[in-house]
Design a protein around this ligand. Structure first.
Ligand code: HEC
Ligand code: HEC
Ligand code: HEC
Ligand code: HEC
Length: 354
C-alpha cells in the first residue's frame, strides 16, 4: 500500500493502522483549504480488519477507531479546521456510535452494508452518509457554506432536495449509477478485464474445493421432486415458453459470461436456476441445464407436476410478486417496481391476490 501511495497523486489517510511502536504507517489526517474553508480530513479503518492474516501483517495493528477518532478530531480542531470530515469503512452502526460521542466531526463518509442511504443521517451534530457497495455508483455530496443570506440564497429546487445543517451549511447528496451501458475508461477497462479473467480462473479452482463439502447428502425438496428445466415445460406450455425466451431472464447467464463472472459464487445464484438449493446444483463449473432464470426459478421445481401432467400443483404462491424480490433486491435492481416489471416479463399485469 505504501508503494502504491508513492505513485498516487493523493495522500493515503489512516489514523489507526500502526506499527509495533504505535507509530502511524500512513498520514492520519490533513487540512485542506477548500473555497476558503479549512477542512480537516481524517481516515480510519474498521478494527475488524484481520491485518495479521495478511502476509507480513503481524508487524502491524489496527487501533480502536473510536479512540483515534476522538484524538485526531480534537487535534484537527486545535490546528484550526473549521469543518471536519471522517472517511471510513465502518458500518452505519459504528458511525452512529462515533457521532453520539459528540466529537468535533461534522461529517462521516462511511461504508454501510445497506446501499444507497441517500439522505444524510443526523446524529447529534454529525451528518453521516455512505458510499454504495460494489462500486455500482459514484456518490457526490455537495457541502455549501451559506453566507448571511442563508438558505434563501439557494435556488428553490435545491432547497427542497437538500438538508440545512444549523444555520449556515447545506448538504445535497447524489448517487450517479454507473450503468453497464456506460463505457469504461479504455486504460482502466483493459486493466479490469485482465484482473477479471485471472479472478475467473481462480474461482474455478476454488469451486472444486468447496464443492465436496456443499454437495454432501442433500435431501430433495418434496420426496421425488426436482428441476426439469424450461425445455420440459415448453412441451405443455409452448406460449409461456416462447414469451419467456424473449425476456432477459432467458439470457441471464450470458450476461455473467460476458463479464467473466460466471464462476463467481457471488453472482451465480440469481442468474441461474437452483444454485445451492435443494435439488439444484452446486458446482459452478457445471451449470449445464441450470443456466438462466428459468420457469422453475419462479415457480419452484416441477418434476412432480410434469409427471402428473399438471395434476400436481406447482409449489410457489406467486401472487403479489414477492418472489421477484428474492433476486430483484435494491443493490442489484435499483429501479425495480413490481409494475411495470411484472407486465414486461409475465405479459399481463400483476394478478390481484384473492
Ligand atoms: C405434461 C404437460 C405439462 C408439463 C410438461 C408442464 N405442465 Fe404445467 N400444467 C399442465 C396442465 C395440464 C396444467 C393445468 C392444470 C390445472 O389447471 O389444474 C398446468 C398448470 C400449470 C400452472 C398453473 C397451476 C399451478 O400448478 O400453479 C403452472 C404455474 C405450471 N403449469 C407451470 C409449469 C412449469 C413451470 C412447468 C415446467 C417445470 C410445467 N408447468 C410443465 C401441464 C404441464
Ligand atoms: C432467480 C432470480 C430472479 C427472479 C426470481 C426474478 N428475476 Fe427478474 N431478473 C433476474 C435477472 C438475473 C435479470 C437480469 C437478466 C440479464 O439481463 O442478465 C432479471 C431481469 C428482469 C427484467 C428485465 C429488466 C430490464 O429492464 O431488462 C424484468 C422486467 C424482470 N426481471 C422482472 C421480474 C419479475 C416481475 C419477477 C417476479 C415475477 C422476476 N423478475 C423474478 C433475476 C430474477
Ligand atoms: C440478488 C440477485 C443478484 C445477484 C447476486 C447478482 N445479480 Fe446481476 N442482476 C440481478 C437482477 C435482478 C438484474 C436485473 C436488474 C434490472 O434490470 O432491474 C441483474 C442484472 C445484471 C446484469 C445486466 C445489467 C444490465 O444493465 O444490462 C448483469 C451484467 C449482471 N446482473 C451481472 C451480475 C454480476 C457480475 C454479479 C456478481 C458480481 C451479479 N449480477 C449478481 C440479480 C442479481
Ligand atoms: C420471473 C418469474 C417467472 C418465470 C421465469 C416464469 N413464470 Fe410463469 N408465472 C409467473 C407469475 C408471477 C405468474 C402469475 C400467476 C400467479 O401469480 O400465480 C405466472 C403464471 C404462469 C402460468 C399460469 C398460472 C395460472 O394460475 O394460470 C403458467 C402456466 C406459467 N406461469 C408457466 C410458466 C412457464 C412454463 C415458464 C417458463 C417457460 C414460466 N412460467 C416462467 C412467474 C414466472
Amino acid at each position: 500500500m505504501r508503494k502504491k501511495e508513492r505513485k498516487a497523486k493523493f495522500t493515503f489517510l489512516s489514523g489507526n493502522i500502526l506499527d509495533k511502536h504505535n507509530k502511524n504507517i500512513f498520514t492520519p489526517s490533513i487540512i485542506k483549504t477548500v473555497n476558503g474553508v479549512k477542512v480537516g480530513i481524517l481516515g480510519l479503518c474498521g478494527n475488524k480488519l484481520k491485518i495479521d492474516k495478511i502476509p507480513g501483517g503481524n508487524k502491524f495493528k489496527v487501533a480502536s477507531p473510536m479512540e483515534k477518532a476522538e484524538e485526531i478530531s480534537a487535534r484537527l480542531k486545535k490546528e484550526g479546521a473549521e469543518y471536519v470530515v471522517l472517511l471510513t469503512n465502518l458500518n452505519n452502526r459504528y458511525c452512529r456510535r462515533i457521532a453520539q460521542r459528540g466529537m468535533p466531526i461534522d461529517l462521516i463518509i462511511g461504508s454501510s452494508k445497506r446501499s444507497r442511504i441517500s439522505l444524510p443521517i443526523l446524529v447529534q451534530d454529525t451528518y453521516i452518509v455512505h458510499v454504495e457497495r460494489g462500486g455500482k455508483s459514484v456518490g457526490r455530496l455537495d457541502v455549501s457554506f451559506l453566507g448571511p443570506a442563508g438558505v434563501e440564497a439557494l435556488p428553490a429546487a435545491l432547497r427542497y432536495k437538500g438538508k440545512t445543517v444549523g444555520e449556515n451549511i447545506f448538504l445535497l447528496n447524489h448517487f450517479f449509477p454507473l450503468k453497464i451501458a456506460m463505457p469504461d475508461h479504455p486504460v482502466i477497462g483493459s486493466m479490469v478485464k485482465k484482473v477479471e479473467a485471472k479472478l475467473s480462473r481462480l474461482q474455478q479452482v476454488k469451486a472444486t474445493k468447496s464443492m465436496s463439502i456443499v454437495n454432501s447428502g442433500r435431501p430433495a425438496i418434496k420426496p421425488g421432486d426436482s428441476y426439469v428445466y424450461a425445455k420440459t415445460c415448453a412441451e405443455c406450455h409452448p406460449q409461456r415458453y416462447k414469451r419467456w425466451l424473449k425476456t432477459s431472464h432467458a439470457k441471464a447467464y450470458q450476461s455473467l459470461v460476458k463479464q467473466e463472472k460466471h464462476f463467481d459464487a457471488e453472482c451465480i445464484g440469481c442468474h441461474t436456476l437452483g444454485y445451492e438449493q435443494l435439488g439444484g446444483f452446486t458446482d459452478i463449473r457445471q451449470v449445464g441445464n441450470y443456466a438462466n432464470v428459468q420457469c422453475e426459478s419462479c415457480h419452484g421445481p416441477g418434476r412432480l407436476h410434469v409427471a402428473a401432467k399438471g395434476g400436481e400443483k406447482m409449489v410457489k404462491d406467486l401472487a403479489g410478486g414477492k418472489m421477484c424480490l428474492t433476486c430483484h433486491i435494491d443493490e442489484r435492481s435499483p429501479e425495480f417496481e413490481l409494475e411495470p416489471y411484472f407486465t414486461k416479463t409475465c405479459g399481463s399485469p400483476l394478478p390481484v391476490k384473492k
